[in-house]
Design a protein around this ligand. Structure first.
Ligand SMILES: NC(=O)c1ccc[n+]([C@@H]2O[C@H](COP(=O)([O-])OP(=O)(O)OC[C@H]3O[C@@H](n4cnc5c(N)ncnc54)[C@H](OP(=O)(O)O)[C@@H]3O)[C@@H](O)[C@H]2O)c1
Length: 365
């Protein structure tokens, strides 16, 4: 039996998520070859101030070692240009890209205002002929239509399961299992940090102490105001609405209210009324397009969202043919996020040869 040609993986951003993904691919190597006939090869990585270029492939351990051995310098205005140059050069020189076997794995820092510079990196990769998978919700929330169009034009895939609910399948569920079903709305709890804080505050713990616990565990975003002010949830809401409902939202266009120490009074009032406070994200198709909001909401105890404890998340999709469908995330962590990137990479290898479906209007995934 001949060994299949590998899929090459090139990383843009090489922090917690990317490194867990590298380890996961390495750990699962034999199983992926045996059960899926797929081999992955690491050919490069670039960040603000570190890079490895190895077109013939390098081991997981060596990639991590070489990236870790480079010292970071402060970011400059030239950083984005240097990273784009690296991406263009790598893709242009890659025979794998020409054969549709190069995947750029984008995991740079979240920017909720414009999804940049991640969007620029992603477009450069797609236009050069690479597929792209990302865990970064910024580009999907801010520039999905543009990226999907570029992917379609290039005949390459742009996939992002890890961007919402840490890789628990939501986009995959709709893409693979709900053909001809229209999503007319959704509501959910999509931010782990705020659900943890609200659950802790219900037990009487102070807001600040609960937030510090989430920062200590590395769950809160680097800038925690992105979580508590509702920006992360707004970005996920825009991403879900853009992809599942054909909206053209940005996080700034999601009606948004976060939580803070003063939410304690709302929690107490909700408790007295037999309800629980949740930071609920929702969207619905209305007469003027898709309306979306994120707001602390007192939900009745029989509501599925009321049962979510600590870092648990859920999305309830409202569909035209199947009524409501819930996806519940009981366990969260880096492995789940890395798995989202792996499942997208396997989708690309599995669908090779079929016509790409990225960017269909209405439901464009
Ligand atoms: N952590 C999670 O549990 C989780 C879960 C779901 C989704 N995500 C998303 O996944 C992405 C990565 O998260 P992470 O936890 O891996 O973050 P991280 O550990 O902070 O790593 C971010 C990486 O991006 C690089 N980077 C930042 N700005 C850049 C720029 N302008 N150009 C090029 N590279 C840049 C950093 O480079 P340097 O090393 O040079 O600083 C670093 O390697 C984020 O978008 C996050 O929202 C994370």
């Amino acid at each position: 039996m001949t060994t299949p040609a590998p899929y090459d993986l090139c990383f843009v951003g090489f922090g917690h998520v990317a490194q867990r993904f590298v380890a996961l691919v390495d750990e699962q190597r034999r199983r992926l070859a045996r059960e899926h006939g797929v081999r992955f090869r690491f050919v490069g990585a670039v960040t603000r101030h570190r890079q490895v270029e190895e077109p013939r492939g390098v081991s997981a351990r060596e990639l991590v070692r070489r990236m870790a051995s480079q010292r970071g310098e402060p970011s400059t205005a030239a950083t984005t240009r240097a990273v784009v140059d690296f991406v263009r050069r790598t893709v242009r020189a890659s025979a794998s890209a020409r054969a549709g076997r190069l995947i750029v794995v984008e995991t740079t820092t979240l920017d909720v205002t414009a999804g940049e510079p991640a969007t620029t990196y992603i477009l450069a990769a797609l236009r050069g002929g690479a597929h792209v998978v990302t865990a970064n919700k910024g580009p999907v929330a801010c520039a999905y239509a543009r990226i999907a169009r570029a992917a379609r034009t290039a005949g390459r895939r742009f996939l992002f399961e890890a961007a919402v609910m840490d890789g628990i399948p939501v986009f995959n569920l709709v893409r693979s299992s709900l053909p001809a079903v229209r999503i007319i709305g959704f509501r959910g709890v999509v931010n782990s940090t705020t659900n943890f804080i609200l659950t802790a505050m219900e037990r009487g713990e102070p807001f600040d102490a609960a937030l510090r616990a989430m920062q200590r565990d590395g769950i809160a975003e680097a800038d925690p105001s992105l979580d508590v002010d509702g920006w992360d949830a707004a970005a996920k809401t825009a991403a879900l609405a853009n992809v599942l409902m054909g909206a053209t939202l940005t996080p700034a266009r999601v009606d948004r209210r976060g939580i803070g120490p003063s939410t304690a009074a709302e929690i107490e009032a909700a408790r007295k009324a037999g309800r629980r406070m949740k930071l609920v994200a929702s969207a619905r198709v209305g007469p003027g397009g898709v309306d979306a909001r994120v707001a602390p909401t007192a939900v009745v105890s029989s509501d599925l969202l009321a049962s979510l404890q600590g870092q648990q998340n859920a999305v309830i999709l409202d569909t035209d043919l199947l009524g409501e469908i819930a996806v519940v995330q009981l366990g969260a962590g880096l492995t789940q996020t890395a798995y989202g990137l792996l499942s997208d990479s396997l989708t690309i290898s599995r669908d090779a040869g079929r016509s790409p479906r990225s960017g269909r209007p209405g439901r464009s995934l």
